[in-house]
Design a protein around this ligand. Structure first.
Ligand SMILES: *Cc1c(COP(=O)(O)O)cnc(C)c1O
Length: 313
């Protein structure tokens, strides 16, 4: 896969112990099986490192593509069942069976051709994205011989709607990702957390390559600042403008160039000082408004800005 180049000056520290603690506290809290979502290389944290750390705590994994399922099976040392969420993928059920993977299906034609792989019905309750509309549920269940169904719910009303459509048929049902884990009514027979596993586990940092008192307008944009510094990561590495911490004080990445960026400083900040781009008390929620994005996207992008490390592992 072609990715943006990482900056060698930025470290992305991933705390595998924190991910395990997150999984442990989820298993204690929700009391139904966890289907850990490890799509997109575990949100950029490295599925190959995450899977062995949580494997005994989860009952299976969700990936997006069939290629991710094959990678997980061949390289990451888990025998747990996989659910492949993508509407695209092999037409031949034996390919899924060989990976102990089950395809999500949302139309009768695909459900029929993949019936041998025990397909899982994906139901639309509002997302309106590759999922089965209510009026086709019976046809898809019949065609695929399905014993499991899920929806991608973002609120409790959608979960209730899903239960109304699929309940009482003896199917295994699941609806909740991270955003509904605090609502027991959404747990049903399993939960599918992604973000809740990775929260608090990533710290992204670099050091000031330069620090100086500003003389007039600075940078391409001519921003005003009393003191500024430079870090060696830029938009070619996926970095954007937003808050950061310098010597533990909240500052900001003021202007982002291709492979470097300007940071606001206080008068006592010096070259070599640590600049934290994510972590300590700077959260994904702090960054998301500045990045005009979601916490999920900030996490993925931040993990790609620098070199990943797994301290203590
Ligand atoms: C990505 C995804 C999830 C996990 O979402 P989080 O908000 O990260 O917990 C759950 N279910 C489906 C279908 C998904 O695509």
């Amino acid at each position: 896969m072609r990715r943006m180049p990482v900056s060698r000056h930025v470290s992305v520290e991933i705390d595998l112990g924190q991910i395990r603690r997150n999984a442990e506290s989820l298993t204690q809290r929700v009391a139904v099986p966890l289907l850990a979502v490890v799509k997109a290389d575990a949100y950029g944290l490295g599925a190959g490192r995450i899977v062995p750390v949580i494997d005994d705590l989860v009952s299976g994994y969700c990936v997006f593509s069939f290629a991710e399922a094959a990678d997980l099976r061949s390289h990451y040392g888990s025998a747990k069942p996989l659910l492949v969420l993508s509407p695209d993928g092999p037409e031949d059920p034996s390919e899924f069976i060989a990976q102990n993977a089950r395809p999500a299906v949302s139309d009768a034609k695909r459900a029929a051709s993949l019936a041998g792989a025990r397909p899982v019905l994906c139901v639309d309750t509002g997302m309106q994205r590759f999922a089965c509309p209510a009026e086709q549920i019976d046809a898809v269940l019949r065609a695929g011989g399905c014993d499991e169904a899920y929806t991608h719910a973002t609120n409790l009303e959608q979960v209730e709607h899903f239960k109304g459509l699929l309940g009482g048929r003896g199917l295994r049902l699941h609806a909740a990702g991270s955003s509904l884990l605090d609502r027991p009514a959404a747990w049903l027979d399993a939960v599918r957390p992604g973000m809740a596993l990775y929260r608090g586990a990533v710290r992204v940092s670099t050091t000031l390559a330069d620090a100086r008192r500003s003389k007039g307008a600075v940078g391409y944009s001519g921003f005003e600042s009393s003191h500024h510094g430079v870090i060696l990561a830029g938009y070619s590495n996926g970095l954007r403008r937003g808050p950061c911490l310098v010597n533990g004080v909240r500052r900001s990445v003021r202007e982002v160039g291709m492979q470097s960026a300007f940071v606001d400083l206080g008068p006592d900040d010096r070259a070599g000082a640590e600049v934290v781009l994510l972590g300590d008390n700077l959260t994904l929620e702090d960054l998301a408004p500045a990045w005009q994005s979601t916490p999920h996207e900030v996490l993925l992008r931040m993990c790609g800005v620098g070199l990943r490390f797994y301290p203590g592992a």
